[in-house]
Design a protein around this ligand. Structure first.
Ligand SMILES: C[S@@+](CC[C@H](N)C(=O)[O-])C[C@H]1O[C@@H](n2cnc3c(N)ncnc32)[C@H](O)[C@@H]1O
Ligand SMILES: Nc1nc2[nH]cc(C(=O)O)c2c(=O)[nH]1
Ligand code: SF4
Ligand SMILES: [Mg+2]
Length: 209
């Protein structure tokens, strides 16, 4: 039985599902847009400021049939955001094919640190120093969303911006717990370096998921 489930997970027919919710995309280019979020469990990238540490241990999240995830998601929205955890730890091919078959717009939030799978209408790449993105992630990124926790993160942001494709939109987003300190620094930085835009976690200001 365990082997059967593992086989289905390996094929992307099942995924460890942490939670699903209909909300407003709070961050980046699509902020303000209603979207259904599918949060897949499992991540070992280890960001110390991660705002969903409960997602990290995949074993805590029940293996769920992708067919059922899709049948449910399509009832809520035309726009689906797949996030985590780190969704690219799993094979996203089957999930995204099935969502596309229903005519849905399919977005991903990823660190890009794992093999790039799936067919996406929008790729938000948020690189982390602890586990850098793959070459393919830099090529596929529609937006680069760099989290600013300290001064060195501006240097890291520039280093990552040099690696993405030329059409990629560049965002600096304050780390939530440090927002009072880093927001003024981000504002000054964006005015001095206008290839960057500011991204805020607007859902946290709106008190929505
Ligand atoms: C929770 S992560 C899940 C997807 C993927 N693991 C990733 O990091 O891109 C979703 C987004 O939230 C950002 N994020 C996580 N914790 C944050 C925090 N404390 N402050 C600001 N952004 C945060 C991540 O950088 C990422 O862009
Ligand atoms: N409203 C809302 N927008 C988001 N954008 C990215 C999120 C994420 O955790 O991936 C997120 C989230 O958790 N909630
Ligand atoms: S990669 Fe994403 S989910 Fe994983 S620890 Fe970092 S912010 Fe959290
Ligand atoms: Mg979030």
């Amino acid at each position: 039985m365990k082997e059967m489930i593992q086989l289905q997970i390996d094929r992307g027919e099942m995924l460890p599902l942490m939670e699903e919710f209909y909300t407003i995309q709070g961050e980046g280019y699509h902020k303000g847009t209603a979207a259904y979020f599918i949060r897949i469990g499992g991540c070992d990238v280890g960001c110390h400021w991660c705002d969903v540490k409960e997602s990290w241990n995949a074993n805590l999240h029940p293996p769920t049939e992708t067919v059922n995830i899709v049948e449910n998601a399509k009832k809520y929205s035309d726009t689906i955001v797949v996030t985590g955890g780190e969704p690219l730890m799993w094979d996203m091919t089957v999930l995204t094919e099935r969502l596309k078959d229903k005519g849905l717009q399919v977005h991903i939030e990823t660190s890009g640190a794992y093999k790039f799978t799936g067919t996406w209408d929008w790729v938000c790449l948020s690189p982390k120093k602890t586990k850098l993105p793959t070459e393919e992630a830099y090529e596929k990124a529609d937006e680069l969303k760099m989290i600013i926790y300290n001064k060195d993160d501006f240097r890291f942001a520039e280093e990552q911006a040099a690696k993405v494709n030329k059409d990629c939109i560049l965002y600096l987003q304050p780390e939530w717990s440090k927002r009072d300190k880093v927001v003024p620094e981000i504002v000054d930085y964006v005015m001095a370096n206008p290839k960057w835009k500011v991204s805020l976690q607007t859902h946290k200001y709106l008190n929505i998921p």
